[in-house]
Design a protein around this ligand. Structure first.
Ligand code: G3P
Ligand code: CA
Length: 246
């Protein structure tokens, strides 16, 4: 993937706006970002929406499982006030609405498929199908990523020509074999676990290394020095400014 940026806005600009809302995506763009990472899950009526947790409690004024609510009920929830009262009235966006914005702005997109447990295949199929219908040919193809290897297998079948990011937390000992099997394009790894050696091992497979979530510019500089291609950050403007003045 030659077109990857150095900085990807994590859940939009999570440090400055309620994550995974349209306000957060707008804020990321305001801070100068051209690529955005989002988390996608299905409602009970199988509509792909932007939300990170299995439960509503942390990022909305609702409670319970995301998978227990139809879209119409989810849309009544406030997804902004928990972050700051000035974001009152933000809703959980549908993937469709998110694409209106992302495509309209001509942004790059990393869609993380974040299925509710047990909904892995349905989530990947619905989210990728929507993206396939809507994604314009004049934008770089979206990067599809997941911690769930079955979601990447669906991506392999449904979007074989689009890049796939193999997301890892604690990498399994056979991560390189899994990455090969999935035809992974990028390796998306957690920042605190990285050393010069681990990054070198990932890079030795020929794949770009993307690291989450890096909010400390000093750490970002170190990771780039080791050959990391991109970082996901909650604070794209702040981190980019610090890197450019060093
Ligand atoms: O895709 C990178 C990163 O977002 C993965 O972790 O928990 O923030 O979705 P998480
Ligand atoms: Ca994510």
């Amino acid at each position: 993937m030659s077109m990857l940026p150095r900085i990807i806005g994590h859940r939009g600009a999570k440090e400055s706006a309620p994550e995974n809302t349209l306000a957060s995506l707008r804020e990321a763009v305001r801070q100068g970002v051209r690529w955005i990472e989002i988390d996608v899950m299905l409602t009970r009526d199988r509509v792909p929406v932007l939300i990170h947790d299995d439960r509503l409690d942390r990022t909305t004024d609702g409670t319970g499982a995301v998978a227990d609510l139809d879209l119409a009920d989810l849309r009544r929830l406030d997804a902004g006030s928990w972050f700051d009262p000035r974001f009152a009235g933000e809703t959980v966006p549908t993937l469709d609405e998110c694409l209106d914005f992302v495509i309209g702005e001509g942004l790059g997109l990393n869609m993380e498929i974040k299925p509710y447990p047990g909904h892995e295949v349905a989530t990947a199929e619905a989210a990728i199908a929507l993206l396939r219908r809507r994604w314009p040919t004049d934008l770089p193809p979206p990067l599809l990523s997941s911690f769930e290897t079955v979601c990447l297998e669906v991506a392999q079948l449904q979007a074989p020509d689009w890049p796939r990011g193999y997301l890892m937390w604690e990498p399994p000992s056979d991560w390189a074999t899994i990455a090969d099997r999935l035809g992974a394009t990028t390796l998306n790894v957690e920042q605190s676990r990285q050393t010069a050696e681990s990054v070198a091992a990932y890079r030795a497979t020929g794949r770009p290394v993307l690291v989450y979530t890096v909010n400390d510019p000093t750490r970002a500089r170190e990771l780039f020095g080791w050959g990391v291609t991109s970082i996901f950050t909650d604070a794209p403007g702040r981190v980019a400014a610090a890197l450019s003045t060093s």
